[in-house]
Design a protein around this ligand. Structure first.
Ligand SMILES: Cc1cc2nc3c(=O)[nH]c(=O)nc-3n(C[C@H](O)[C@H](O)[C@H](O)COP(=O)(O)OP(=O)(O)OC[C@H]3O[C@@H](n4cnc5c(N)ncnc54)[C@H](O)[C@@H]3O)c2cc1C
Length: 272
């Protein structure tokens, strides 16, 4: 089957069929996150999706009701895939005494539990130097010379998948600049992997980290994402600049408006 066609057919079984995977590993990454490993029953199977598609994981909230949330794998081999997941625990944030609906359940279920998942299309498709922005409503592939990415916290996973895919495609020299915002240094995910990609693909990919709270040893950017910060690190916006984003809701709202002020066309701004 041709993936390029499959991707835009939301009714295809590839996207509609739910299936089971087994939770086989849950290793801490930091104070509130784990790398989850999910295994297929068949040791040869793969998610087989293109960047930037995600999966939905189904589970239970504290009332025992079925809920689902979106997640993006960062690693895949025959028979299994891995996803970093941040846990929104109860009694941590005064505004959210119950915590998140799904992630507290993901933190406490036993290893070897079977979970239901489903593949999803997402808001951006990439195939060999071509993109479809909002594939559910648009069928046209377009080319972008540069991609700007602004992510917050766990919102890095779809961006990482896209950056990795473009860097690994020898026929694609799309330039990418990532601005990755976090509360503190310990909240940064995939720092080594992102720096390695930058070192290996110097002419193509640059990453900048910014922190809300940092100490005197921090030599990255400081503070919330701002127009001034964007102007200092991003190339000038043109007709062929794509701006992507993924982060907490209030940050997303701000970033969309900042991208517009920065000069990006509205239709070239996409939230994963
Ligand atoms: C395309 C896409 C890909 C994604 N990929 C990933 C991924 O790879 N990894 C990942 O971890 N997430 C990812 N997410 C986010 C994920 O889908 C969920 O939104 C997230 O796991 C929270 O789910 P939840 O049901 O536990 O929380 P929800 O019930 O959805 O509540 C989350 C919100 O509640 C608030 N909240 C609740 N408890 C707390 C707390 N203790 N501290 C602070 N705020 C709190 C926050 O505002 C938070 O944003 C992705 C989202 C999208 C759209």
């Amino acid at each position: 089957m041709d993936q390029k066609d499959l991707n835009i057919d939301i009714h295809n079984e590839f996207f509609t069929k739910k299936f089971q995977v087994t939770l086989t590993k849950r290793e801490p990454i930091n104070h509130d996150s784990y790398m989850f490993r999910f295994d297929f029953k068949n040791g040869k199977e793969r998610l087989g999706m293109q960047a930037v598609q995600h999966i939905k994981i189904y589970g239970l909230n504290m009332n025992g009701e079925i809920v689902d949330r979106a997640y993006t794998h960062v690693f895949e081999e025959d028979g299994y895939f891995q996803i970093p997941i941040k846990i929104y625990r109860p009694n941590v944030h005064p505004q959210f005494p119950n915590g998140g609906e799904l992630t507290p359940w993901l933190e406490k279920i036993d290893l070897n539990t079977e979970l239901t998942i489903k593949r999803c299309i997402g808001k951006l498709l990439y195939n060999n130097n071509q993109f479809i922005v909002r594939p559910k409503v648009n069928k046209n592939w377009s080319q972008f010379n540069s991609v700007l990415l602004i992510c917050g916290g766990s919102g890095i996973t779809p961006a990482y998948q896209l950056i990795q895919t473009i860097c690994n495609n020898q026929n694609d020299n799309t330039k990418m600049v990532l601005l990755y915002a976090n509360k503190s240094e310990q909240d940064i995910w995939l720092m080594k992997e992102l720096k390695d990609l930058q070192d290996k693909h110097k002419d193509q990919f640059t990453v900048h980290f910014t922190l809300d709270k940092s100490d005197e040893n921090w030599n990255g950017l400081k503070g919330f994402v701002s127009l001034e910060m964007m102007t200092s690190i991003f190339p000038k916006a043109t007709e062929t600049t794509l701006g992507v984003l993924c982060g907490p809701k209030p940050m997303n709202k701000l970033v969309i408006s900042l991208y517009e002020q920065f000069g990006l066309k509205k239709e070239n701004i996409v939230k994963f």
